[in-house]
Design a protein around this ligand. Structure first.
Ligand code: GRF
Length: 192
């Protein structure tokens, strides 16, 4: 099983996925990274782990179709079976969805459908929600709208500030995402 990770920023989830693969908790190879942001720290992580990467912002391409075409060629070169989004801040278009049907996963820091889009942790905190959490879901062409695979709840404790909540969410993400990737990719393997 060969996985491409897509990320736009820090890449702590990418790191957790790489570690799970290195430690044998995830029975898949992290074949490559696609990144849309040339300044993202996740690129350093790919270099450190010798993972091939391709960086390209849609603005660098004449059309969105061309951008997705470049991404598809990169994925073909690396013989990718699955795409795992980990902090990737772009909508996935139809060419990628058609090429990887039900094989693109995303992690989102809220209990979807609550707080979709950006800044979900802060929005839950500012709304004084008593609970929030983490969702892993299949990707469709909407913003955080695909079918939910797994959710884990966080009860927001009195006295927590935004950073405490962010830490609690990220801790869950780093454990949950590799676990779910393992389950989903294995299940698919058993059926095919
Ligand atoms: C995570 O909270 C993830 O759920 C969301 O974006 C954030 C990415 O963080 N989609 P990192 O880049 O993995 O550190």
């Amino acid at each position: 099983m060969r996985i491409a990770v897509f990320a736009s920023g820090n890449g702590s989830n990418v790191e957790a996925i790489i570690q799970a693969s290195l430690e044998g908790r995830l029975d898949a190879e992290i074949a490559c990274l696609f990144c849309d942001n040339p300044h993202a720290y996740v690129i350093e992580r790919a270099i450190e782990h010798n993972i091939p990467f391709f960086v390209c912002a849609p603005q660098q391409c004449e059309t969105r179709e061309k951008w997705e075409g470049f991404i598809l060629s990169f994925l073909e070169t690396h013989q990718v079976d699955w795409i795992v989004l980990a902090g990737f801040m772009r909508i996935i278009g139809q060419p990628l969805l058609n090429r990887f049907p039900n094989r693109i996963l995303n992690i989102h820091p809220s209990l979807l459908p609550a707080f979709p889009g950006k800044n979900s942790i802060k929005e839950a905190f500012d709304a004084k929600a008593t609970h929030t959490g983490v969702t892993v879901h299949y990707v469709d062409n909407g913003i955080d709208t695909g079918p939910v695979i797994a959710q884990e709840e966080v009860a927001i404790q009195d006295g927590w500030d935004l950073e405490t909540l962010e830490e609690a969410i990220h801790q869950i993400e780093h454990r949950l995402y590799p676990e779910i990737i393992q389950q989903v990719t294995k299940k698919e393997c058993a059926y095919s």
